[in-house]
Write a protein that binds this ligand. Structure first.
Ligand SMILES: Cc1ncc(COP(=O)(O)O)c(C=O)c1O
Length: 284
């Protein structure tokens, strides 16, 4: 994966090899920070406003004050793209932690957040998009504030690793049988032409692509119902799909040992994929 050399750090730009943080860094030691992953198509951020708004919501939720306004941050991120001469498909990783200070659970006083962002190339995975992927189901072992995009991702990492060990792309998470979302994406079930997904409560990340999917569904006159489905419902689903900035709108064709309908991407999913491509100005 091509990495572009110039990173954004503390409102400045530097070569990635020169980035140094003290080992007492709250992101490293406590996971005390928040982050965003923003999709880039042909050198342009997709769903830029939505991601920036969510970063500030996450920061506020953990009482972290970012040292600049949304507009200032957006300008810095646009400059990052220009300085890297990035004009391909890729992603931005952006992280803000509570800074570097002697290790103590209590917030340090007078310490600035550590902020850095970098860009990588990421081609679209057309094979997955056209053919769909497999998933496993696992218990949702996360905390109660999943709407915060926090750096604490251990349960997500463990679930995704289990998916990978089972030759699957994702782990569909459930609380007592009620499906919340996946380890790194939102998940939807289609039944009788209607889309069902967990409501945007504290128990899921409010995905930026999820917001776009709701918008596409409305435009296409497809009912978007924020009503959680269960693990049991999956076997009776017409279609299943997931969404995220890196995966886009991705069909799920098998869950554990259950093949969804005929094991091929469904009609509603394909309509949403087409709407996504149009919205993001993509050509296959
Ligand atoms: C747990 C979780 N849910 C949902 C999503 C999808 O969010 P978005 O559409 O903003 O990429 C992600 C993205 O990384 C995620 O980690």
């Amino acid at each position: 994966m091509g990495v572009y050399p110039i990173i954004l750090t503390q409102s400045k730009f530097m070569h990635r090899d020169h980035l140094k943080y003290p080992f007492e860094e709250r992101g490293l030691q406590f996971g005390d920070g928040v982050y965003e992953v923003i999709r880039i198509y042909q050198g342009e951020y997709y769903l830029f406003e939505e991601h920036i708004d969510r970063l500030y919501r996450s920061a506020e939720a953990i009482k972290l004050t970012l040292p600049y306004s949304k507009e200032e941050l957006k300008d810095l991120l646009l400059e990052l793209m220009t300085r890297n001469k990035m004009n391909k498909d890729g992603k931005l990783y952006l992280q803000a932690t509570r800074g570097s200070a002697p290790r103590d659970h209590i917030f340090p006083k007078g310490v600035l957040p550590n902020i850095y962002g970098y860009i990588q190339e990421l081609p679209r995975n057309l094979n997955n998009l056209n053919n769909g992927v497999k998933a496993i189901t696992r218990r949702d072992a996360r905390w109660e504030n999943c709407y915060i995009k926090s750096l604490n991702l251990l349960p997500n990492v463990l679930a995704k690793q289990e998916a990978s060990e089972n030759d699957c792309y994702e782990a569909i998470l459930h609380k007592d049988g009620t499906v919340t979302e996946c380890s790194s994406s939102n998940v939807y079930l289609v039944k009788n032409g209607k889309i069902f997904t967990h409501p945007a409560t504290n128990n899921i990340l409010h995905g930026c692509v999820r917001m776009a999917v709701e918008r596409f569904a409305t435009d296409l006159n497809i009912e978007f119902i924020e009503d959680a489905f269960s693990v049991e419902d999956i076997a009776k689903a017409d279609e299943l799909f997931l969404s995220s900035s890196t995966s886009e709108v991705l069909p799920i064709i098998q869950v554990d040992h259950t093949i969804i309908t005929d094991g091929k991407p469904g009609k509603v999913t394909k309509m949403l994929q087409a709407a996504y491509e149009q919205d993001a100005k993509l050509t296959k």
